[in-house]
Design a protein around this ligand. Structure first.
Ligand code: GDP
Length: 297
């Protein structure tokens, strides 16, 4: 499958290392768990999350009275699945809906918006884009290129205009044209937290006031290749806005896809989509089961 291909580097990193330590009739003991701990930390699972996983495996070993090291991968897969699945309601694509896309520049925000628009269109939804990152002219141009590729309408203003006002226009247009999903780009300037918070709050106020019938999802885009940095970004965005889901991009480009587990465990925000390549089709709805089987089976 495609997901397996996209996660190949992480799979190779994790499974080959685990296969290496579980041979020779070893037992699951503290020494083996320590070796596993190191492997997980090197795959960016994070110290706290790794500890929790190791503890979970210890419990399962006790409860089920298993001791053969050949069981280790299966127990690990189970732990990872439990973390990813915990308290996650499935992502419901309803109509009308507003998807606010946030994240710092360079993480793959524009590409993700294009891919999402493509995905929703294929599901028969009427999609419209809003160029809410008015800070950079290039951001508006790039989004317009995606709108053309996907063949969906886009609402934009000039560079430097008020993001909330372009989103206001987007909402009016969406209502007039019976749009199902309105996908809004936003500026990703993290260095001024207060400004970012103000901007997102203002945007949200406009949406709630002008479009109360729409369900709002705020998706934070994070770049998997940036490792622990991605976690830091997520923490800041979580402080300034109500993030309802995460899109993790560039998983194809890293062996440290364990970051996905750390993000879910540490932030408690569900992963909704994963980016596994630069092409328009390279975005997948995140499903814990397929993720775990792509890595461990
Ligand atoms: P933005 O500044 O956040 O809007 O980032 P862009 O959407 O312009 O993407 C930055 C770069 O990352 C581009 O070269 C994209 O092709 C690339 N990119 C985005 N998503 C993925 C992904 O899932 N995998 C890979 N390999 N590249 C990606």
């Amino acid at each position: 499958q495609k997901i397996k291909q996209g996660l190949l580097k992480t799979r190779d990193n994790l499974t080959s290392k685990i296969d290496n330590i579980v041979g020779f009739g070893r037992k699951i003991n503290e020494e083996l768990l320590e070796e596993l701990e190191e492997i997980l930390i090197l795959a960016d699972v994070g110290v706290n999350t790794t500890s929790a996983i190791i503890e979970g495996i210890r419990q399962k070993v006790k409860e089920r009275k298993v001791s053969d090291a050949s069981m280790l991968k299966e127990l690990l897969a189970e732990e990872v699945y439990e973390i990813l699945q915990k308290d996650v309601e499935p992502f419901a694509l309803t109509s009308p809906m507003v998807i606010l896309v946030v994240g710092v520049n360079g993480v793959g925000k524009t590409t993700t918006i294009g891919k999402l628009a493509n995905l929703y269109k294929k599901e028969g939804k009427k999609v419209m884009l809003v160029a809410g990152d008015t800070f950079r002219a290039a951001a508006i141009d790039q989004l317009e290129i995606w709108a053309e590729r996907v063949n969906c309408p886009i609402i934009k203003h000039q560079e430097g205009s008020d993001p909330a006002s372009v989103i206001f226009d987007g909402i009016q247009a969406a209502k007039a044209r019976g749009i199902d999903v309105l996908i809004c780009d936003t500026a990703g300037r993290l260095h001024n937290k207060k400004n970012l918070m103000e901007e997102l709050r203002k945007i949200r106020k406009v949406i709630d006031r002008e479009y109360p019938e729409a369900k709002v999802e705020t998706l934070l885009v994070l770049d998997a290749t940036t490792g622990q940095n991605a976690i830091q970004q997520a923490k800041i965005f979580k402080e300034v806005s109500n993030i309802t889901g995460i899109v993790l991009t560039k998983l194809d480009g890293t062996a440290k896809g364990g970051i996905i587990v750390a993000i879910k465990a540490e932030l408690g925000i569900p992963i909704r989509y994963i980016g596994i390549g630069e092409e328009i089709e390279d975005l997948q709805v995140f499903d814990a089961k397929s993720f775990v089987s792509a890595i461990f089976e």
